[in-house]
Design a protein around this ligand. Sequence first.
Ligand SMILES: Cc1cc2nc3c(=O)[nH]c(=O)nc-3n(C[C@H](O)[C@H](O)[C@H](O)COP(=O)(O)OP(=O)(O)OC[C@H]3O[C@@H](n4cnc5c(N)ncnc54)[C@H](O)[C@@H]3O)c2cc1C
Length: 209
Amino acid sequence: MNEFDYIIVGGGSSGCVVAARLSENPQNKVLLIESGARDTDKFIHIPATFFKVIEKGKDVHFYVSEPDKGLNGKPNVVPQGNVIGGGSSLNAMIYIRGQQQDYDTWAQMGCRNWSYDKVLPVFRDVEANQRLSGEFHGATGELKVSDRRFGHPLSWAFIRAAQEAGLPYNEDFNGKVQQGVGFYQTTTHNVGAGALRKPSCATPRNART
Ligand SMILES: Cc1cc2nc3c(=O)[nH]c(=O)nc-3n(C[C@H](O)[C@H](O)[C@H](O)COP(=O)(O)OP(=O)(O)OC[C@H]3O[C@@H](n4cnc5c(N)ncnc54)[C@H](O)[C@@H]3O)c2cc1C
C-alpha cells in the first residue's frame, strides 16, 4: 500500500480512536504513524505501575518547559507517552473530565464548539458508565467507566479525614460539581491478569502502523 486516504500522525489516545473509526469503512485506506514502539513493556499493562515506565524512560518523551517563575526559575518536566497508545499506555486510568469553566472559557475565547454544553453530549455518547446515568453520564457508549474494585483502608480513612476537615463528599467528580473528596471512577474495564496479554491500543482494522 503506497497510497492512503487518511494519514494520522501519532498513535496515541486520540490518533488510535480516529484511525479505528475511519477504518470501520473497509473502503478507507488509513495509515497511522507512531514515532514510538509497540506497547510490549509489562508495566504498561499492569495498573498503576506507570511510574515504572516513566522511570525506564524508553517509551516516554520528556518535554521540558521554559524556566518557570512559579517553580523558582526551574523548568517543568512533563512526561508524555512515546509508544503506541501514547498517554493511554502510561496513564493512571482515572476518569475525570475537564472542568466546566475551562470549556466555557475556551468558548468565550473563540472555540465556540468547545463550551461545556457542546462537549457534554459527546462525553455522554462515548461513555458506558457502570453505575451512573442521566444528565451527566452515558451508559451505552464504547468507553467503559467503572468504580474501583478495591478500596484500601487508608483510602477510606483519608476520605473520612477530609470530610472531618470540612470538605464536602463528592460521589461523582464528572457531575454537577467537581469540588470535594471521594473515590474517582476509572477506565479499567477488564483490567486484570488477562489484560497483560492484550495491547492497550487496539490496532485499527484496515490500518497500518
Ligand atoms: C503519566 C501520565 C498519567 C496520566 N494519567 C491520566 C489519568 O489518570 N486520567 C486521564 O484522563 N488522563 C491521564 N493522563 C493524560 C492522558 O493520558 C492524555 O491527556 C492523553 O493520552 C492525550 O491523548 P492525545 O491523543 O492528545 O496524545 P498522546 O496520547 O500523547 O498521543 C500522541 C502520540 O503521538 C506520538 N508522536 C508525537 N510526535 C510524533 C511524530 N512526530 N510522529 C509520529 N508520532 C508522534 C507520540 O509518541 C504519542 O503516541 C496521564 C498522562 C500521563 C503522561
